[in-house]
Design a protein around this ligand. Sequence first.
Ligand code: G4P
Length: 541
Amino acid sequence: MSVDTAGAARQEAEVSREAGRRRTFAVISHPDAGKSTLTEALALHAAAISSAGAVHGKGDRRGVTSDWMEMEQDRGISITSAALRIDYSDRVLNLVDTPGHADFSEDTYRVLSAVDCAIMLLDSAKGLEPQTLKLFDVCRARRMPVITFVNKWDRPGREPLELLDEIEQRIGLRPTPLNWPVGIAGDFRGLIDRSSGTYTKMTRQPGGATKALEEVLDADEAARVEGAEWVQAQEEIELLEALGADFDHDSFMAGESSPVLFGAALPNFGVGQLLEAVVGLAPAPAAKADAGERARPVEAAFSGQVFKMQANMDKNHRDRMAFVRVSSGRFDRGMVLTHAATGRPFATKYSQAVFGSERSTIDTAFPGDVIALVNAQALSVGDTLYDGPKVEFPPIPSFAPEHFVVARAKDAGKYKQFQRGIAQLDAEGVVQVLTSDVRGEQAPVLAAVGPLQFDVVRHRMEQEFRAPVETSPLDYSVARRTDAESAPALHALSGAEVLRRRNDGELLVLVHNKWRLRVIEREHPGLFMEPLLAGGVVEGD
Ligand code: G4P
């Protein structure tokens, strides 16, 4: 073996080992289910951060604020998104943050393209909520493994069996509880581990989000201490066994069954068990298919895909960051990569790990890690960066917009700035930009999944690009893909309009509402109209 080959083999072995240590996941939930609290609790539990609150908790937001983060603070919502690295025993957990507000769901959807597993977080009193369902649909379309965490068990809530039933009935996901609560929601005593039968009694510590006092008891001792609650939990577990609700690896990996854990993030009950489940069950990064459907193994030369762009996170540096999920190979800061879309070199002198207000420089990264590249003006969401022979990953599907406005520069003299700003927001995926000869370049149509995205556009156009815009809503709520043949006939119909999407050149027909769409489909069956989402993700209609 030559020296070069030996070196390459050593690096491959290192990459393979490092990838195997990683678990990259996101938490999907409805606002207020406790995502921020759980994130802090996970990090606290793994002792990755010294005090709860360093993650962007709503109550204690510190450090960097940019001007659009001010907007975020005013509204008390989370717009920013990045990844938290948690070192936990010999594993590296990458928790990719998802924006909390329903209006930023498109962003959230993209984040899900960068993870290998999701934690579906439910509020024990509320069960499945609208945004949980939408996000779960994306996981299902990707056949992503989902671990369920039923949170807030320290507060009055629903019966555990009723919650499991809801999961099975409403989304067809077979729940397989890994642990079982003793004591109803609101009177949480502890958790029985179903595989070992051990009982962990939890005692609340004063001071809120500190690590709960946990005491492991044997069955006799537990029965004596917990009395009737213990008996009831045992009966319920027997029922689960009779139903065959046991963990099954293959159906979990196929996204058909979901291990369920109970707990409470705020007093840190059951969070350790959740960490263990992520480490033990979530898959390590695996080979990813490129645009030609060839699987690129994790040991191949460096490659990664931009899943999120973010501008202006720090007032002092009007920077533009690209968040890249590493797919293969080893990343070393300073590497010069190739940008697949243009073939141009991309220098990575400045690469960082970012979470909430915390930033730190990243020197090396491996498959499953998320790196933030600054000075990333040339990059767009979905772009591939690679080292060595060319590779390009398929685009991240863009989601069906449901809100549409026409944008115009308030000051005609600022047209250049207007164009530049709109192009940048398009590249970042803040909104989709649609144009047509009829409307002209001066008045593009902006399309979004949620209307709050237009607030971000107005704010950033004024503050960042110095080109204030006025937007007027359009009376459309449905978009379909069409083709050049059908476009003229569709455009001529009332309640419909055809435009071209700038970032991929697709022709879209916008329709007043889904009833009008049904009528058009019925009356003009020959016209081509296709739901927009790749990957089988359901639309919001
Ligand atoms: P989100 O990121 O999903 O939107 O939820 P977040 O963590 O902000 O939690 C929403 C509310 O639920 C917070 O209360 C939080 O303290 C509470 N919470 C989260 N997990 C638990 C839990 O396990 N038990 C209990 N009892 N409460 C929990 P808040 O009053 O809205 O906000 P705050 O003032 O406490 O920050």
